[in-house]
Design a protein around this ligand. Structure first.
Ligand code: PLP
Length: 425
């Protein structure tokens, strides 16, 4: 293992975390972009659910790869190739520990979460589904967990079913269970809704699905930045997340899969890296995870993701969750006082995502006006059009929290929204 890659952050001993109180100003100092001003105002970044900003250790880890430890991985006998391969595979180990996977062989790197779902819709479907077999998703899904199954429906004749939510955005366990049938082959649903912040009771979903021997795939894109995830405690069979939302780089996603299920799945793409041997007559494939990683992988990005995992783990996901829970309560209180503003998504259990609409003001107008005050929120359907339709909306504005947000950020948001209310009141 190359010292240049690992030296930047040494992890504190277990139990050390509580001694170092969560210090948001110290955290903010790690994020160079937060020092920017936009439109002459300090940047108030409330769009981490779309993509989180990057701390200096992530940026520096990737720089170090290109400056001192770079070559293509896995095939080389020369020094640099071995150093790069060690750094890359160390990233896989970090992801395995982050999710508490039983083995790093259960960690497949993809381009992003979307590619992980496409891999599943292709490879899992070919391994385990026949025409007429069913995949059950929920009404909270991101398009990444809808559209690949529709493509599989066209190609393989599978059936897509949807478990409902209530008007507050709560996932309905009994309604879900009622849709598990003799032909259900997979449950695929989100851990945390990116549009509403609803936390789905995944452990209970798994319990009810496993009682019928149905495996469960979970979309963890909005869970991994905000809470500790343990795939073995949750007992999930597959778990997906994306690097750039957990303070890591773009260009890398993760598919965790239970070893015995991955072993039965055919390749998703063909090419280099994934083969055992090739002839024109017959090609044999490597075992997972390499079977699913055709072509040169995202080398520096995997090292950057490893650095991001170290970063959030050093702070402690439980401290991040507590910080964001306090901020969310504060934000919901401040926003509720804005005339004509309605929070969308009032689930009992929520992460740091606040969707809202305002009387008379279109979400795009809200977003554009408050941008002039330096406040960045996302507006639109949040890649969840069927969910918006379920709620009788076409769009919302969404403020999403990250570990670097402060009460001052929420105050700036509330001030800007009061100004919007005056314009459109
Ligand atoms: C962002 C997101 C995705 C897709 O992630 P990509 O990095 O764009 O592939 C999928 N699901 C949820 C819940 C998300 O928030």
């Amino acid at each position: 293992m190359n010292d240049a890659i690992t030296s930047a952050r040494t992890r504190p001993a277990a139990g050390d975390n509580s001694a170092r109180a969560f210090d948001v100003e110290r955290i903010r100092a790690d994020f160079p972009i937060l020092r920017q001003r936009v439109h002459g105002q300090p940047l108030v970044y409330l769009d981490s659910a779309a993509s989180a900003q990057k701390p200096r250790p992530v940026i520096e880890a990737m720089d170090r790869v290109y400056e001192s430890a770079y070559a293509n991985v896995h095939r080389g006998v020369h020094y640099m190739s071995q150093v790069a391969t060690d750094a890359f595979e160390a990233g896989r180990e970090k992801v395995a520990r982050f999710l508490n996977a039983a083995s790093s062989d259960e960690i497949v790197f993809t381009r992003n979460a979307t590619e992980a779902f496409n891999l599943m819709a292709s490879s899992f479907t070919r391994a385990f589904l026949k025409p007429g077999d069913e995949v059950l998703i929920s009404a909270l899904e991101h398009h990444a967990n809808i559209v690949p199954w529709q493509l599989a429906r066209e190609q393989f004749g599978i059936v897509l079913k949807v478990a409902p939510i209530d008007d507050d955005g709560n996932f309905l366990l009994d309604e879900f269970e009622a849709r598990l049938g003799a032909r259900t082959r997979l449950v695929s649903l989100t851990h945390v809704s990116n549009a509403l912040g609803t936390i789905v009771p995944v452990a209970e979903v798994v319990r009810r699905a496993h009682a019928r021997d149905i495996p469960v795939l979970v979309d963890g894109c909005q869970a991994t930045p905000h809470m500790a995830v343990d795939v073995r405690a949750l007992d999930v069979d597959f778990y997906v997340f994306t690097g750039h939302k957990v303070y890591g780089p773009t260009g890398v996603g993760v598919l965790y899969g239970r070893r015995e299920l991955l072993a039965e799945m055919p390749p998703y793409q063909g090419g280099g890296e994934m083969i055992a041997s090739v002839s024109y007559e017959k090609t044999t494939f490597k075992a997972p995870p390499h079977r699913f990683e055709a072509g040169t992988p995202p080398i520096a990005e995997v090292v950057g993701l490893g650095a991001a995992i170290d970063y959030v783990s050093d702070i402690g996901l439980e401290h991040i969750a507590a910080h964001e829970a306090g901020l969310r309560a504060y934000a919901e209180e401040r926003l509720s006082a804005v005339p004509g503003l309605h929070i969308v998504g009032r689930a009992r259990d929520k992460a740091g995502i606040i969707s809202f609409v305002m009387d008379n003001a279109h979400p795009h107008d809200i977003g554009t006006i408050i941008d002039r005050a330096g406040v960045a929120v996302r507006t639109g359907h949040h890649c969840a059009e069927p969910l918006m339709h379920r709620l009788g909306l076409t769009a919302t504005a969404r403020a999403s929290l990250g570990l670097y947000n402060t009460r001052g950020d929420i105050d700036a948001l509330a001030r800007a929204l009061h100004a919007v209310a005056e314009i459109f009141g």
